[in-house]
Ligand binder design. Structure first.
Ligand SMILES: *[C@@H]1O[C@H](CO)[C@@H](O)[C@H](O)[C@H]1NC(C)=O
Ligand SMILES: *[C@@H]1O[C@H](CO)[C@@H](O)[C@H](O)[C@H]1NC(C)=O
Ligand SMILES: *[C@@H]1O[C@H](CO)[C@@H](O)[C@H](O)[C@H]1NC(C)=O
Length: 688
């Protein structure tokens, strides 16, 4: 078994993760056997990512734990960062595909059936360009004909660009020439506002369209457009495809002139507030904002809107005035076609995986709810709660009595305890009746993917626009990792964390659970007690509950970290700009210490005897249980970055992991590091 290939190890784990949790229990005679397979698979999974060189854990522990990661999950394949926790997302998608493929008659509600129809139609039809095209012609109503123009005069005399653009917005949600959205008000958290102005242009900012430095990127973009057109219209000449592609780029270059020069400006800095009447006066009937809104939202607005960026609309006016209608029409049709084309299955992606992602994009809650019912995550919820209880207990005991936190005054510690006691885990609740009601009126058919897509887009758009009359909801935001929310003092747990056999299984060593889940929960918890979190109390109200003595001790202790981390200005010759560096450092170091102590407490209370400890070790790996804890911790952060990355907007994981470990005396002891080893910091900084 020592020769098990790394790749097959990860596949095996994925397979095992698909089985129901009751699997090993339901095979009483084979209980030992299945237990051993599960433990072997987990060990192989861990081992697969470890360095194959002469092990030097005291020199560079991240390398020791993760050196093989980039080989198995290279970032260059998708030009996207890969990391360990993303495996959880993949696992969720794979299980969802499995779930949507097979109907489990009897337990399905109408929402389940609807998302299954969407999934199946996607699976069968998403690659059918003919179907996409027919749908396009139906929804766009270009009566002059396209791509072959039968009535050119229609475009010249009757083509009403604003009407075309407005009706495509309400049918497909696509922003062509004009961007429209509903956003929370910048000042008043209770209301939404309509935002009108520039659409998101495919190439990006002004400089991508207008700077000489991006010439090649533009050429590539133009070629991609021509290729896609050719794919949809094989009968059209190459010249036609190239001409239309050139027209598209040219219009977008003209539009980009209305975008801000400085791409780093925030939305707020480039926005002005105006009434519809004012905009109508400013842009006359060439860009009749009032008519556009009337067509899209079908009501007259008296409140002010956000207009952003400020120069866009006046520039658009020039573009409309100076561009032939045929060219505007080509642009509009192309953008619509491209919107439908986004649903086509990309090369190299399995249809099942792709179609789950489509379902997840439009029906995230319905998918989660079905997943929740199908995989019965109750056992994982209990396990998470109990890990959380352990983490919280350790921190609470520190606050109550420990020598370690004497730098906080008794009064501040007292208030910290009441904030901690109020902190709750929050699992996403699904009200199925409400989810079903949301879908009411949405018609989907097994065999008509592109029709379905249009219906879904229309449904999504009208829901988005309807937010205008509703209050912004915090719960609308969904995070991929556990997330602590300052303004509610709650920690949201994403459903992907409720999957068995990744962090945790009854037959895995508990060291793995505390080193991963324990650390993640502790990190989030500490965000409530750092230099930002201390300004919010246990109810989430803005209210600084620290006294000045505690604040200055915090600042003094941060100084130690700041000096230690100050050397990390770049990594792999790329600059590091981490805006939340101090919070991150405090959470990294504190979470490691708290989770480790929670693990030790668990060990002390665990059933006595060799049997208990035997389970704390794994086959294939020669590690003690203390060593396993730190190994699991480090692997949580295995990742690979693409070469194209310009800078790191967060301190890169290898530096985070190694520095936090080098501050931990327990780590040094577990791996027997000596004085002078890189992983054994001479001055160990400590906060929590
Ligand atoms: C399972 O393992 C235990 C000890 O590890 C042993 O005593 C028991 O006989 C085994 N059961 C089976 C069915 O092999
Ligand atoms: C689109 O572009 C082609 C190629 O330049 C041109 O022949 C046609 O008239 C344009 N307009 C429409 C609506 O197709
Ligand atoms: C879908 O079409 C794309 C592009 O034509 C192709 O690369 C891909 O392999 C197709 N996928 C399937 C599942 O047919």
């Amino acid at each position: 078994t020592d020769t098990m290939q790394p790749l097959s190890a990860t596949c095996l784990l994925a397979l095992l993760a698909l089985l129901p949790l009751s699997w090993s229990a339901s095979h009483p005679y084979g209980a030992n056997y299945t237990t051993e397979i599960l433990r072997l698979a987990k060990a192989a999974h861990i081992k697969a990512y470890m360095s194959e060189d002469e092990p030097q854990p005291c020199d560079n522990f991240y390398h020791y734990a993760c050196a093989n990661w980039p080989r198995l999950h290279p970032a260059k394949l998708q030009k996207k960062r890969t990391n360990y926790l993303a495996e959880l997302q993949e696992l969720f998608v794979r299980k969802s595909a499995d779930m949507l493929k097979t109907s489990t008659v009897g337990v399905e509600n109408s929402a389940d059936r609807l998302i299954r129809s969407f999934y199946n139609s996607c699976y069968d039809q998403a690659n059918n360009t003919r179907a996409a095209l027919n749908t396009l012609l139906e929804v766009t109503d270009f009566r002059g004909g396209w791509p072959e123009i039968r009535v050119p005069s229609w475009y010249v005399y009757e083509y009403d660009w604003l009407h075309a653009v407005a009706s495509l917005k309400s049918r497909l949600g696509v922003d062509i020439l004009i961007g429209l959205d509903v956003v929370p008000d910048y000042k008043d958290e209770q209301i939404h506002r309509l935002k009108i102005g520039a659409p998101q242009l495919p190439l990006g900012h002004r400089r991508q369209y207008l700077d000489a430095a991006y010439y090649n990127a533009r050429l590539q973009y133009e070629r991609n457009i021509a290729d896609k057109l050719h794919n949809y219209f094989p009968e059209q000449s190459e010249q036609w495809c190239n001409e239309v592609a050139a027209q598209v780029l040219e219009i977008e270059q003209q539009l980009a002139k209305g975008l801000p020069h400085n791409a780093a400006l925030t939305m707020e800095q480039t926005t002005r507030q105006r009434s519809v009447a004012e905009m109508k006066t400013a842009y006359s009937s060439y860009v009749d904002v009032s008519r556009y809104l009337q067509l899209v939202i079908k009501e007259t607005l008296s409140v002010e809107l956000y207009e952003t960026p400020e120069d866009y609309m006046s520039n658009l006016l020039d573009v409309i005035r100076n561009t032939p209608k045929l060219q505007l029409a080509n642009y509009t049709i192309w953008r619509t076609l491209d919107t439908l084309d986004q649903a086509r299955i990309p090369q190299g992606v399995q249809p099942g995986i792709w179609c789950v992602q489509m379902v997840r994009q439009y029906f995230p809650q319905q998918l989660e709810s079905l997943f929740h019912r199908k995989y019965q995550s109750m056992q994982m919820i209990n396990e998470l709660q109990s890990t959380w209880t352990d983490i919280r207990r350790v921190f609470r005991e520190d606050l109550q009595a420990s020598q370690q936190l004497l730098w906080l005054t008794p009064a501040t510690r007292h208030r910290a305890i009441s904030k901690l006691d109020a902190l709750q885990l929050q699992f996403r609740q699904h009200d199925d009746t409400q989810l079903i009601r949301q879908l009411y009126g949405l018609q989907l058919h097994e065999q008509q993917f592109y029709h379905n897509l249009v219906n879904v887009l229309q449904w999504t758009t009208s829901r988005q626009l309807a937010k205008l009359s509703a209050e912004p909801q915090l719960a609308d935001r969904v995070y991929k990792l556990p997330h602590y929310e300052l303004s509610t003092n709650k920690m949201q747990i994403p459903i992907t964390f409720l999957q068995a056999r990744f962090f945790w299984d009854p037959v895995y060593p508990s060291a793995l659970k505390y080193g991963t889940l324990g650390v993640l929960l502790a990190r989030q918890m500490l965000h409530g007690f750092d230099e930002v979190g201390r300004r919010y109390d246990g109810r989430g109200n803005k209210n600084n509950w620290w006294d000045s003595t505690s604040e200055s001790s915090y600042a003094r202790r941060s100084q130690c970290f700041q000096e230690q981390y100050a050397v990390f200005v770049q990594y792999r010759e790329k600059p590091v700009h981490d805006k939340a560096l101090l919070s991150r450092i405090v959470a990294d170091n504190g979470a490691l210490s708290i989770a480790y102590r929670a693990y030790v407490q668990w060990l002390n209370n665990a059933p006595e005897g060799a049997d208990g400890l035997q389970q704390e070790r794994l086959p294939l790996l020669d590690h003690t249980h203390h060593q396993l804890f730190f190994l699991a911790y480090a692997q949580l952060y295995c990742n690979d970055y693409p070469e194209s990355l310009e800078f790191f907007d967060e301190l890169p994981e290898p530096l985070r992991v190694n520095t936090a470990l080098s501050n931990s005396q327990k780590f040094v002891e577990a791996y027997g590091c000596s004085e002078g080893d890189k992983q054994n910091a001479r001055f160990k900084c400590q906060m929590y």
